[in-house]
Design a protein around this ligand. Sequence first.
Ligand SMILES: [Ca+2]
Length: 289
Amino acid sequence: MASQRNNILLVTVWLGFCMEASAQTTTRASPQPTSQTIAHKTGFVLVPKGKFLLGKAGNRMNPLHTVRTDSFRIAIYETTNKEFAAFVAATSYITDAERMHNAMVFLPGLPEFRWIQDRTAYWRWPNGVTRGGIQNKMDHPVTCISYRDIQKYCAWARVRLPTLDEWEIACRAGSKTDYFFGSDYSHIGEYANIWHRHDHLKKDLSDGYMYTSPVGSFKPNQWGLYDIYGNVFEFCTGKTSKTESPTSAHARGGSWWCSMNTCQSFNSYSIGQVNVHASFSNQGFRVVK
Ligand SMILES: [Ca+2]
C-alpha cells in the first residue's frame, strides 16, 4: 500500500512538473542544420554537430540555454515491443515491474492525474493481464519499463538514450516554436497520439487509439522522426539541476494519456520527472548511437 501511495505521489509529482513546464509561454531561437546534412540510414537520422539554443524563457526545469553537441544518430521510431522482446529472449532479463509489481496503469473513469497500481502489469501486459497483451501490438512502443530496465536494454543493443539536450535538438528539427510544426496547437492531432477529451472519465478513441499506437502512425517532424510528441514519454539521460536526486529520471514529449487539460507535455520544451524504478504504461524510449 505504501508502494502504491508512493507511485501515486510519483506520478502526481511527475505530471505536476509537466504542467508547470508547459505553463510557460515564451519562444526561443535555435540554429538548424541544413536538410542536406540529415541522412536517413537504417532507422536512424544523423544529426550533425552544432550549436543550438534550447529551452524556454522562464521555464524552471528547462530555461533558455545554448549547447554544443557532437553529431549523433537518433532512432526514427520509438523502441517497439518487438525489439524489447528480442532483448528479453536473448538475455532472460526480468524487468523492474515484474520484480516489484509496481507498474502503474490507467483506465477510463479515473479522476485527472490518478493512475492505479496493477501487480499483473509489465511490458507484455502493459495495462494488466485482464486488458489484453501485446500479441497484436509488436509494432507499438514498449511500455511499463523503467529507466533502469532501459539501461540494460541499451547495453545489450549497443545503443544509448539521448541526453535531454539531444532529444530536444532532434525534436525541434531546427524549429524555434513551442511545437516543431509551429505555434498553433490545433495541428497536434496530425503528428501525435494524445488524449483529445476534456477529461479522462470516458474513453477517447477520436484519433483511433486510446492507448499506444503503432510507431509511425502519425506525421513525422521535419527531420523524419515519428512520435516525437505523444504515444509514449521518452526517457532521456541527464539531470536538470546539480542537487537532483540520483533516483530521479526524466522523460519528454508527452504520451497518449496527455491532454491540453492535464500534462500538456507534447511540446519541444517540457521535461517530465519520474523515479528510476517506476514503470508506467505511457512511458517508453527512443535510442541514440
Ligand atoms: Ca489517442
